[in-house]
Design a protein around this ligand. Structure first.
Ligand SMILES: Nc1ncnc2c1ncn2[C@@H]1O[C@H](COP(=O)(O)OP(=O)(O)OP(=O)(O)O)[C@@H](O)[C@H]1O
Length: 795
């Protein structure tokens, strides 16, 4: 059903003039001298599964970060190996009608273009794919079919799309559009039919000259744009009158750049900023997908818009993560690897692009007489179609107000999808050729000719006839007779479940919309209430100042003020004080609550603890007002902490009555302290590790998820989160509050831990940090015992 984006990491060899160092290494489970040998054959998959990239911790050379990927290629790997292992198997997928996207990602000069394009004598992925696509035409499964290939080639330069088959001078900027069924495509992009590898070579070589390339300090021929080459195959089956279309997008991304290193001039700087921005959006898209966000920011750059099918869409994806050796690139390498780690969690739902070329029959009268409500349509129609058509040429319609109830005798049960509607929120990449593209809108096709490509499980809007569903791969698809043969019960069940799945997705979307609407309403009401409140407060303030003025002006003779009036004046003073206090509290609460609202529960707890630590320090110094203020701040983050509430009341009482406040003694924890000191070295290690990555947080979009750090047999997984940035106060206060050697160590780490969600693993067993309410402690795995222990902290 779903397919995770596959990651292959490739380390390029050292170039002339580059220093030799071993900061970055490719390590294989079955440790042979050449890493490449381990991943050289598909039969050797198990050894490849244990491979990882190891990067020395910049802060402590005795530690390494580990990044495991299913394919890791070292500097001696060849273009052939990469193609054979990771790319060639995808050709079969393309020929089964699925879109495949391969993209090379990495810092500038890490070898992306070398991998994708290669050189004349050492060709890369692109020429090899084209050759393989031509060779596949002779595959027995394609006998009797008309197979044709076409190619398009575009570049995204400074967030504008250009056709690389068009002479660069005066080349128009091409718009990115979305058709009626939510497919994203580049309008007016040429699609060139190709008959042979030689013909491809000719057009490709010419087009490559149009690509924007410039010299930087790091790369004499640095790509200044993202290039997307698409090879599309069209397979027409005259027997079944269907067309299957597969395509492969080969993307050579521009490299992320550090302008200090590239030495860019103003032109290069502009390019660089566009490159970094689009890569940053790419990182945000991956992050949002990992978070299961309801809105994925595809639209924030042309690159992500065009690639959206490969990330969380309907394509199969392979990310080649290119790495440059050496200390100079270490930070970028870590960024790249973090991005790769995040990307490997992205799931796609590949679909087969098939269309039925047969003219549509007149709809059965029941379609006119008994239109079904759209909400119920998918599941019901599928069921009816499957059974009513006698499992033969089962026809299914999913579209607004269209239904098909079994079909009359002799009717090949299919119809065009009226009112095409795309159930999936994510659109697929545009079809390559302009001609079919124009006729693929779905809506308005009437019963004629082209219908939108079939999308399984109701994902595609308005599909005409369900083609075979290709999770099982092309061969199985062919055997199942999906191209027009009978449907087995399993097929029907699968289709029903897919339709149900689509329906559920639709309803969930509806629910989400309703929820958002509700949120908006609540927000507006809250705003109104706040306005009212402000108005009232203002009136109160005016009343009070008027009173004050009157008080000032009044010069009543002594003895005129009656005891009652005196009493009232006292009351007023008290009331005013109370009011001011309340207003202050409200303002403070508002500010803190707003901040607290955006933090994760863990962050809230940590921030709360940090405030408490500082408050305690102040209360011990006798600075009770400041302490009270800080405790109240802490309360915004941990509102349910009864102990904290009690403490606030105690101090309030002490302040009000001018009494000394004696904090309650802290529980003795000698035992834990002892353990803490034992673990201190481990914590120091963590601190180092986290420090080493603080730079990365500048590149939040790249700085990513889990990263394994290895020391002394203990593997530490780092999980950066973004909300840590929201707690600068907490960090600052925490750093200053370290007492008795416990808080100091723990609290700054609390912050870092929170950012990275550090996990210590011992002997392969992972242990999460314990998050208990009242204790400011961190639980860590003990390397020797694997047992959790607590360290430091105070609250
Ligand atoms: N596997 C490799 N074997 C030999 N040379 C390589 C390899 N990978 C990269 N190179 C060389 O390294 C240099 C930089 O490579 P390349 O231009 O492919 O990097 P890039 O990542 O595409 O850079 P940019 O993002 O700046 O375009 C080139 O001279 C290239 O020939």
């Amino acid at each position: 059903m779903s397919h995770k984006v596959k990651i292959a990491a490739r380390l390029r060899p050292r170039l002339d003039g580059e220093l030799v160092d071993d900061q970055l290494q490719v390590v294989h489970a079955t440790s042979t001298s050449s890493g490449a040998a381990d991943v050289s054959g598909s039969s050797n998959a198990s050894s490849a599964a244990g491979s990882y990239i190891s990067v020395t911790n910049p802060r402590d050379p005795s530690q390494v970060f580990k990044f495991p990927f299913s394919s890791c290629y070292d500097e001696s790997s060849t273009q052939e190996e990469i193609f054979k292992n990771d790319v060639e198997p995808l050709i079969d997928v393309v020929y089964s009608g699925i879109t495949v996207t391969i993209f090379a990602y990495g810092v500038t000069s890490s070898g992306k273009t070398h991998t994708m394009q290669g050189t004349k004598t050492d060709v890369g992925v692109i020429p090899r794919v084209v050759r393989a696509m031509f060779e596949y035409r002779d595959h027995p499964s394609l006998a009797g079919k008309d197979v044709s290939l076409s190619v398009s080639y575009m570049e995204i330069y400074k967030d504008e799309v250009y056709d690389l088959f068009v002479q660069r001078e005066g080349a128009p900027k091409l718009p990115v559009r979305e058709n009626d069924v939510g497919m994203v495509f580049v309008a007016n992009l040429s699609s060139v039919p190709i008959e042979s590898v030689e013909e491809f070579d000719r057009v490709y070589t010419q087009a490559t000259k149009n690509r924007s390339v410039g010299a930087t300090n790091l790369n004499r021929a640095s790509s200044r744009s993202h290039a997307v080459l698409t090879v599309e195959v069209t397979m027409i089956d005259h027997e079944t009158n269907t067309t299957l279309m597969g395509k492969i997008n080969l993307v050579d991304l521009a490299g992320s750049e550090n302008n200090k290193q590239t030495g860019n001039d103003s032109t290069r700087m502009q390019e660089s900023s566009a490159i970094n921005k689009s890569l940053s959006v790419l990182g945000q898209v991956v992050h949002a997908l990992n978070q299961g966000a309801s809105r994925i920011p595809y639209r924030n750059s042309k690159l992500t818009r065009i690639l959206q099918d490969a990330l969380g869409g309907n394509a199969v994806g392979l990310l080649i993560c290119n790495l440059a050796p050496g200390i100079k690139f270490r930070q970028d390498t870590l960024n790249t690897l973090n991005f790769a780690v995040r990307t490997k969690n992205v799931e796609n739902k590949p679909v087969i692009n098939e269309r039925d070329n047969r003219p549509a029959p007149k709809p059965h009268f029941s379609a006119h007489n008994a239109p079904q409500p759209v909400g119920k349509l998918a599941g019901a129609s599928l069921l009816q179609a499957g059974t009513g058509a006698g499992l033969g040429n089962a026809g299914v319609v999913v579209g607004a107000n269209a239904t098909f109830s079994g079909g009359g005798p002799g009717i090949a049960g299919y119809m065009p999808g009226h009112g095409a509607r795309r159930a999936s929120g994510r659109a697929s990449l545009a079809p390559g050729s302009r001609v079919p593209r124009a006729s693929m809108g779905g809506a308005g096709l009437g019963g004629m000719g082209y219908q939108p490509f079939a999308m399984p499980g109701g994902r595609g809007g308005g599909f005409g006839r369900l083609g075979a569903i290709g999770e099982a791969g092309p061969s199985e698809r062919r055997e199942s007779g999906g191209m027009g043969g009978g449907l087995t019960e399993k097929d029907i069940d699968e289709r029903i479940s897919r339709a149900v799945e689509a329906e559920v997705a639709r309803r969930m979307k509806e629910k989400e919309r309703e929820w958002q609407e509700e949120q908006r309403r609540v927000m507006e009401e809250a705003k109104e209430a706040a306005k009212e409140e402000a108005k009232e407060a203002e009136m109160r303030r005016r009343r009070e100042s008027a009173m004050e003025g009157r008080d000032g002006d009044m010069s009543l003779p002594s003895g005129v003020l009656t005891p009652i009036l005196k009493k009232h004046r006292d009351l007023d003073d008290e009331l005013k004080m109370r009011l001011l206090e309340l207003e202050k509290k409200f303002e403070r609460g508002n500010k803190e609550t707003q901040l607290a609202d955006v933090l994760s529960p863990v962050s809230k707890k940590k921030t709360g603890r940090a405030y408490v630590a500082l408050a305690r320090a102040h209360s011990e110094k006798g600075d009770l007002n400041v302490a009270l203020e800080l405790y109240r701040k802490a309360e915004s983050y941990v509102p349910d902490n009864m102990k904290l509430k009690e403490r606030i009341i105690e101090i309030e009482w002490a302040v009000k009555n001018g009494r000394e406040y004696v904090p309650s003694p802290k529980p003795a924890r000698q035992q834990k302290q002892k353990k803490a000191s034992k673990s201190k070295s481990k914590l120091a290690v963590q601190e180092e590790v986290q420090q080493a990555h603080s730079d990365e947080r500048e590149n939040e979009e790249h700085g990513g998820d889990a990263m394994d750090v290895d020391y002394g047999g203990v593997s530490v997984s780092l999980f950066p989160t973004s909300d840590a940035k929201m707690t600068p106060d907490a960090n600052a206060t925490a750093a200053g509050s370290g007492k008795r050697g416990r808080g100091r160590l723990a609290i700054p780490k609390v912050r870092s831990k929170e950012e990275f969600g550090v996990e210590l693993t011992n002997h392969g067993e992972k242990r999460a940090f314990e998050e208990d309410g009242g204790e400011e402690e961190m639980a860590v795995g003990t390397p020797a015992t694997g047992k959790r222990q607590r360290v430091g902290g105070e609250l």
